[in-house]
Design a protein around this ligand. Structure first.
Ligand code: HEC
Length: 474
């Protein structure tokens, strides 16, 4: 079977993963790992003080968590798998092989977590009295521990992607988990999750309690204390994490925080981030000392800031590990470090399964160039959409003069000055073909559409190719 590589032109492949993953990160951190301890504490407080008010607030928040985590949360979790296996099958495939049992356990724990969430919420009104209420609170504590364990496991895999440590040589699971980024990242993510859940609690207090009441003040004080309690670990975790990040990654930070064009603004952005964090801490301080003084708006905005910060953090983490998808082992385009030289000698097309042209000839330059583009650039670039390659070349050369030999030479050397791009995994002929495709794309944007249509027609009669289990020719 011969079908095109998954390519979402305009929106961009990496944007698709980014959107799904960012929503998931917010829910998994803020509405699961961080939030269940908060509602359990609230419930416990209500029980100890024999107060319906606290219990009701806890129940209402849990209702929101229940709906969101079991729907959007679960769907985006599966969505990450779907999108990554379409867009980066070699990357996710390698991680699966390395972490098979770890991931097996992760899924097992995850399913249990969902079951616990369902039980915790649905038994709330029934297990109200005496020993049953105690059991219910214990259940909440158990659920909180379980959702944290999902983070303990997944952080090992995320850390591995940033710094694989001695794994490329030793190839042992233990060396993959015991990497220097693990504990700092866990400290950072745990405290972050707890703080986000505190911001979410502020947000929901605005809707679930009445303005000006004594109960709102007490609830605000509770959430503010919770947030402040996690700030020290958050500060330590952030610095520790940053210091453990490999030097090569830190060099990417200016483009990672914004884009190349706005890179010189990265310090301004860093300042804005610092101010946002400090503003949240100040609101929390006032919330503890003088909860009466906190206006409604100050309960709502911090969550928006928190979501933005979390999204930005994930962007930076994803970006600074470029050009790798798995540090020192596999580049972001799915080519492993050990394959690179072979591809640069023989070309990548002869080894690629899902392409029409397995070789570059004088007659198929543009067509084969399109194949090269699909295999080597589309993990990160579109043609004319988000991070579109045409506008990148326009920025470099202007719209008029796209010099052929200069472009071909640039393709081979781009990665040296733009450290976020992997080395071009093809030979000279393929670089020429890619240039031909890009040039024809510029002079005739309709070619994008034509090429797509032609592609679909021809590939239905394409010859079957020999694919290995991972979709790569052996
Ligand atoms: C790992 C992801 C990735 C891959 C793969 C990749 N690029 Fe890029 N490329 C980027 C990023 C990120 C930028 C900078 C975007 C920005 O901030 O403006 C960039 C920038 C560029 C630029 C502009 C450079 C400059 O200095 O202005 C060109 C040209 C370019 N890429 C071409 C290509 C071509 C051709 C390929 C395929 C052979 C490719 N890229 C593969 C991520 C990638």
């Amino acid at each position: 079977m011969d079908f095109p590589i998954f390519f979402l032109d305009f929106f961009g492949n990496r944007m698709l993963i980014a959107v799904i993953a960012s929503v998931h990160v917010f829910i998994s951190h803020g509405l699961a790992v961080g939030a269940y301890p908060v509602v359990t504490l609230l419930e416990w407080r209500g029980w100890r003080k024999k107060s319906e008010e606290w219990d009701n607030l806890a129940y209402k928040i849990t209702f929101v968590l229940f709906i969101v985590t079991t729907s959007v949360g679960a769907l985006t979790g599966v969505g990450i798998w779907l999108s990554t296996s379409l867009i980066a099958p070699f990357g996710i495939g390698s991680l699966l092989r390395i972490f098979f049992w770890a991931w097996f356990v992760e899924w097992f724990v995850f399913v249990i977590e969902v079951v616990l969430i369902v039980i915790y919420f649905l038994t709330w009104k029934r297990w109200k009295e005496g020993a049953k209420k105690k059991l219910h609170i214990g259940f909440g504590a158990f659920l909180s521990a379980f959702s944290w364990i999902t983070m303990v496991i997944i952080t090992a895999i995320l850390g591995f992607m940033m710094g694989s440590g001695v794994w490329p040589e030793s190839r042992s699971l233990f060396s993959a988990i015991a990497n220097p980024l693990y504990l700092p990242q866990l400290a950072f993510r745990t405290s972050y999750a707890m703080i986000i859940s505190g911001l979410l609690t502020w947000f929901l207090i605005f809707f679930f309690t009445k303005r000006g009441t004594d109960f709102r003040r007490r609830a605000v004080r509770f959430a503010s204390t919770w947030i402040l309690a996690w700030v020290p670990l958050f500060v330590v975790g952030s610095f520790w994490y940053w210091n453990k990040a490999p030097e090569a990654m830190r060099a990417n930070i200016d483009v990672a925080l914004l884009t190349q064009r706005f890179a010189q603004w990265h310090e301004t952005l860093a300042l804005i981030i610092a101010v946002a964090v400090i503003a949240i801490v100040i609101v929390a301080l006032v919330g503890v000392i003088r909860p009466r003084m906190i206006p409604g708006i100050a309960l709502l905005i911090p969550l928006v800031l928190g979501v933005w910060l979390l999204g930005h953090f994930e962007r930076v983490r994803e970006f600074i590990r470029k050009p790798y998808i798995i540090a020192d082992y596999m580049y972001s385009n799915g080519v492993t470090v050990s394959e690179l030289q072979v591809f640069q000698r023989d070309g990548i097309l002869p080894y690629a399964t899902y392409v029409r042209n397995q070789n570059v000839t004088d007659n198929n330059m543009v067509e084969a160039g399109r194949d090269v583009f699909l295999v080597t650039c589309t993990r990160c670039h579109t043609t004319t959409g988000i991070n579109g390659v045409v506008s990148k070349f326009n920025n470099l050369y202007g719209e008029e003069s796209w010099d052929e030999s200069a472009m071909t030479a640039l393709i081979h050397t781009m990665h040296i000055s733009r450290t976020f791009m992997p080395p071009f995994p093809g030979n000279d002929r393929e670089a020429e073909a890619l240039t031909a495709y890009l040039r024809s794309l510029r002079s005739n944007p309709e070619l994008i559409l034509d090429a797509h249509a032609g592609w679909a027609r021809r590939s239905s009669s394409g010859t079957p190719s020999m694919a290995g289990a991972d979709g790569r020719k052996r």
